[in-house]
Design a protein around this ligand. Structure first.
Ligand SMILES: Nc1ncnc2c1ncn2[C@@H]1O[C@H](COP(=O)(O)OP(=O)(O)OP(=O)(O)O)[C@@H](O)[C@H]1O
Ligand SMILES: [Mg+2]
Length: 271
């Protein structure tokens, strides 16, 4: 992997702390993500994954520490940082009442994509994400998997160098999850987009991320390739490593429940 990455890192985080009132969501975490890398934050509910992503994408101010994206400080160069990244939120941020095309156009305008580039860029993404037949459909009428595809496609309209995905596959069936990951992997390989993702699906992190940081209660308790982590803990699988490192499972029963609740709420919206 060494030859592929060049300095400086795309993401650099040093001693990042975030307090919500008296509770510490991030307790001084440090890590770097190299250009062209796929990096995963793996951790149970409440570990601090979304908090970290919000700070990295300028949506939340850190309590202490330093975060740089592409060499720019996220608390100082907010605008320039935002131009460089695409975000897929844990909860959908599409406008349900608008069509796929309208959602994408709206985003293109918001991100100052020049008018003459908007059409071609959107059409190319619609093609890549297999959304052709849905372009004039209202988003609220789409399945969860299709909505996710629209979100990822939309996040790429302004050609970001880095893509942030917060639990992108939660609530999706295995087929939709595979489709999404295949597209993200292609983007990473063909367009050299750096990817930062959070998940609590071990096998996704193991399969798609070049490196993984395990986050638990606001601390990074281990980081490296899946192989490194397994070696450190003398385990055969990432799941066993996680248990060895944290002393417990990733509470998959909770995750299953959250998935089911999200599916139910999507059903409700689709009526
Ligand atoms: N706006 C907020 N105000 C107060 N506490 C918060 C807020 N947002 C998050 N927290 C707390 O911070 C901690 C980390 O939350 P966060 O959402 O970052 O975790 P997460 O790893 O993304 O969890 P999940 O897997 O459930 O999405 C949790 O204890 C949570 O309750
Ligand atoms: Mg979260």
């Amino acid at each position: 992997m060494n030859g592929k990455f060049s300095n400086p890192p795309m993401i650099s985080v040093r001693n990042l702390v975030k307090n919500y009132g008296n509770s510490q969501a991030l307790r001084g975490i440090s890590f770097q993500v190299q250009r062209g890398e796929i990096f995963a934050f793996l951790g149970p509910n409440g570990a601090g994954k979304t908090t970290a992503i919000k700070i990295l994408t300028t949506l939340l101010r850190p309590t202490a520490g330093r975060v740089e994206i592409d060499g720019l400080d996220v608390t100082i160069d907010q605008h320039a940082v935002r131009e460089r990244l695409g975000i897929i939120f844990q909860d959908s941020s599409l406008d349900d009442q608008l069509t796929v095309l309208e959602n994408m156009l709206y985003h293109a305008v918001l991100y100052d994509v020049p008018r003459r580039l908007r059409g071609p860029r959107i059409e190319a993404l619609i093609e890549v994400f297999g959304l052709g037949e849905y372009r004039h459909k209202q988003v609220r009428r789409l399945s969860g998997g299709l909505k996710r595809r629209v979100e990822v496609a939309r996040a790429l309209i302004h050609n970001p160098k880095t893509l942030f995905l917060d639990e992108p596959t939660i609530g999706l069936d295995p087929q939709s999850r595979n489709y999404l990951w295949a597209q993200v992997k292609q983007l990473n390989e063909r367009e050299d987009v750096t990817v930062f993702l959070t998940t609590h699906y071990m096998e996704e992190a193991e399969r798609f991320a070049h490196r993984i940081a395990i986050l638990d209660q606001g601390n990074i308790i281990a980081q490296g390739t899946a192989k490194d982590l397994n070696m450190q803990t003398h385990s055969d699988t990432l799941e066993d490593s996680f248990i060895a490192l944290t002393g417990r499972e990733i509470r998959s029963e909770d995750n299953g429940m959250i998935d089911r609740m999200r599916q139910l709420s999507q059903l409700g919206k689709r009526k």
